[in-house]
Design a protein around this ligand. Structure first.
Ligand code: SF4
Length: 409
């Protein structure tokens, strides 16, 4: 409705009605944080009603840091031949997967750089090996950017690469590499990386093949609110298409803020003050995303980038999922002032309960594996392994203590 008030638009969104681009922009520009949170929570209760907040026990393995694309925000990659370049060996992977099984994990999320030395056969052998040796672990591997790179190196179409990987055991794709799905921004911060249409078309093919997918977004590149809403609009359009054509779309949406430090060229740049986003911006953004993405059921917190406390607060801004234990994570931590980030189940439970919700363990497709109705059902909280590299705190001697790039061969 032309000239509608922001209060009217918030009510419209809270009732579950679809927002047009200009309406979302007006809300983004004018609504108060608390109003956004209340509207987003109302929509959360419409789409994922109740007091359950889910989480996943998984491990993030960065199988190689070799990459030929030097994104300005990345502190993780190493060019081919670099002294610190690595590809995880099978022994490394077996150790990580054994630990995940021992801990009760259900999913491996595997991502890496665009390594020109790895063939399609290397990827299919890896998946087949994981399927044979760790049949209980779901395999969500290789972001759309990596899939396109495998296609380019092997001379195969994206669809043929996905079919070959799926036959070898691939069950889903991580949503990494989306950042801002607008080529204005991509051409500035990652000019050699896959463009907007490329990322979306890999996801479209993956969804048509029945693979699990999630949608991601990173804010803080100096983009405008219009850029952000265009990103959401592109995800919503793909989701409409995939659900109607294949009955399979993104399971979830996850946004986070750009992490940068002197480890990245963005962080060393004289324009570094223009990068990043505050917790306030993050909360506004996740609320707008819940209102705009009316066809993506689950919205996930990013405690890895925001810290456990903001992650907890974000549950009041339309989110219904706390993310995962992240028993290993190197890419985000390489770009920021963090050592290594992981959280054990007991700590996740404590944060969820303290916010007034009930923790429930899920799988990749958001099927509930166990609801922890009562506090006595929860594992005891352990110290959180989330520390600032800059203050040089020691890493807690707990289950998972892996220094950055420990898998270097
Ligand atoms: S973000 Fe990914 S594609 Fe970009 S440089 Fe890092 S590893 Fe390579």
């Amino acid at each position: 409705m032309p000239g509608a008030s922001t209060a009217y638009l918030l009510d419209k969104a809270a009732a579950g009605e679809r927002l047009y681009f200009d309406e979302a922009l007006q809300i983004y520009q004018e609504a108060e944080l608390t109003e956004l949170g209340m509207a987003a929570n109302a929509v959360r209760q419409l789409r994922a009603p109740g007091r359950i907040v889910t989480y996943l026990v998984d491990r993030n393995i960065n199988y190689t840091n070799v990459c030929t694309v030097n994104c300005q925000f990345c502190g993780f990659y190493r060019p081919p031949g670099h002294a610190d370049a690595y590809v995880c060996s099978r022994d490394d992977l077996a150790q990580k997967l054994d630990e995940l099984v021992e801990y009760g994990g259900t999913r491996i999320l595997m991502q890496g750089g665009l390594n020109p030395g790895l063939s399609l056969q290397w990827y299919t052998d890896l998946l087949d090996w994981m399927r044979s040796n760790y049949p209980t672990i779901e395999r969500d591997c290789f972001s759309p950017t990596e899939i396109a790179n495998i296609g380019a190196l092997s001379g195969l179409s994206v669809r043929d690469v996905l079919i070959a990987l799926q036959e070898a055991g691939l069950e889903g794709l991580p949503g990494g590499g989306a950042e801002i799905l607008d080529d204005d921004i991509r051409n500035r911060v990652s000019p050699k990386k896959q463009k907007t249409d490329g990322w979306l078309s890999v996801m479209r093919e993956a969804q048509s093949l029945g693979l699990n997918t999630s949608a991601t977004m990173v804010i803080g590149f100096g983009e405008t609110l219009e850029h952000r809403i265009r990103h959401l609009q592109r995800l919503r359009a793909l989701q409409d298409y995939s659900l109607s054509e294949h009955g399979n779309g993104f399971h979830a949406f996850i946004a986070w803020t750009l992490q940068h430090s002197e480890m990245t060229s963005a962080g060393r740049s004289r324009h570094r003050d223009q990068y990043g986003a505050t917790a306030h911006e993050y909360l506004r953004h996740i609320a707008i995303s819940r209102l705009f993405l009316d066809n993506i059921l689950h919205h996930q917190a990013s405690w890895v980038t925001q810290g456990p406390k903001v992650g907890q607060v974000s549950l009041a801004f339309g989110l219904d999922d706390f993310g995962s234990t992240m028993l290993e994570e190197n890419v985000v931590s390489s770009a920021a002032h963090h050592t290594h980030m992981s959280m054990l189940e007991g700590e996740i439970h404590a944060l969820i309960r303290d916010a007034g919700y009930i923790p429930a363990k899920r799988d990749t497709a958001y099927n509930l594996l166990r609801i922890f109705e009562h506090e006595e059902d929860s594992p005891a909280p352990m110290p959180i392994n989330y520390q600032s590299r800059s203050v040089g705190l020691p890493v807690e001697p707990q289950m998972e203590v892996i220094p950055l790039h420990s898998s270097l061969n």
